[in-house]
Design a binder for this molecule. Structure first.
Ligand code: PAF
Length: 304
């Protein structure tokens, strides 16, 4: 497959790197010029759970000279989804699939409004990754990836995509619909991301303090209420327990929001805890815990 990764930070490199190793024709796209230069000159240095190696890759900052792709994977931070997809519109032809595995609510719909919802496959991934420096990524945690159509039915193309990912070493499953996946992952991020960024702790530390666990549970439970009011079926029977389990399983991870705060970057708070507040407001559901978490992160961002 001819594949372009739009937003080749840590996660984009983990996916792009594995797919390159499986002989797909991958181009990594990123705005960080030093990173793109290092990738082209020295290859992608990948270390961590999937092993240490250097993978030969092609990387560009500007996608305008690239041909139409079979698959475009969007991995930019949520704030840049629309502009990045518009800038990459020359890569999307009538048969291109556009896949998002980003955190948060609304990315798949935003992409669909630009490229057409029928082209969009959305999903969630449990892989974790951290940038070590230009061209260097730590694959911090391994886990399942699950994908499904944004609208319409599960197709043989989506199943083939899942198989191609699995063959490249990224275990992937295809399901009927992306919505419950996105909401179920959203509730994990709702419980972990803001709290770890505010408390400046790794994911696993959350599970060691009763007060932190209590706040995590309150934030997730508000999300559960909002999801129920929207008739979204959640995958996990007990979303709070699942969130605690993920925090434990990814115990050594620095959550993506804590990474953003450490690097003084804008966070994805608006599409995570902020999204629960916004959706709750529309439905008349009180979301005080998510409100406070959102405001605290906003102040932290202003203090950079
Ligand atoms: O955003 C993240 O960091 C990840 O989605 C997760 C699952 C919280 C693990 O760190």
């Amino acid at each position: 497959m001819r594949i372009a990764v739009v937003g080749s930070g840590a996660m984009g490199c983990v996916f792009g790197g594995h797919l390159s190793e499986a002989s797909h024709e991958v181009t990594l796209i990123d705005v960080w010029t030093d990173h793109v230069k290092a990738l082209n000159e020295h290859g992608l240095y990948l270390t961590g759970v999937s092993g240490e190696r250097t993978i030969e890759v092609k990387a560009v900052t500007d996608p305008s000279d690239l041909p139409v792709q079979d698959l475009v994977i969007v991995f930019v931070k949520s704030a840049y989804t629309e502009s990045a997809v518009r800038d990459a519109s020359n890569l999307i032809g009538p048969n291109t699939t556009v896949l998002t595995l980003q955190n948060g609510l609304g990315n798949a719909q935003a992409i669909g409004s630009i490229v057409g919802a029928d082209k969009v496959v959305a999903g969630v991934t449990s892989h974790g990754a951290t940038m070590l420096g230009p061209g260097q990524v730590k694959h911090a945690g391994c886990g399942e990836t699950v994908i499904g159509p944004l609208t319409g039915k599960l197709t043989s193309e989506i199943m083939a995509l899942a198989d191609a990912f699995t063959e490249s070493g990224l275990e992937t499953r295809a399901v009927d619909s992306a919505e419950s996946l996105i909401w179920s992952k959203l509730l994990v991020n709702v419980g972990i991301n803001a709290l770890t960024a505010i408390l400046r702790i790794k994911n696993g530390e959350l599970t060691k303090h009763d007060e932190a666990k209590e706040l995590l549970a309150m934030a997730v439970e508000e999300g559960v209420q909002v999801a129920a009011a929207k008739d979204v079926e959640l995958i996990h029977e007990d979303p709070v327990e699942n969130c605690l389990q993920v925090a434990e399983l990814t115990g050594a991870n620095i959550s993506s929001m804590y990474q953003d705060v450490r690097a003084k970057r804008p966070t994805e708070i608006d599409v995570i805890n902020g999204a629960i507040v916004a959706e709750g407001k529309k439905l008349g559901i009180a979301t005080p815990t998510n409100f406070v978490l959102t405001k605290l992160i906003k102040v932290i961002e202003q203090l950079y």
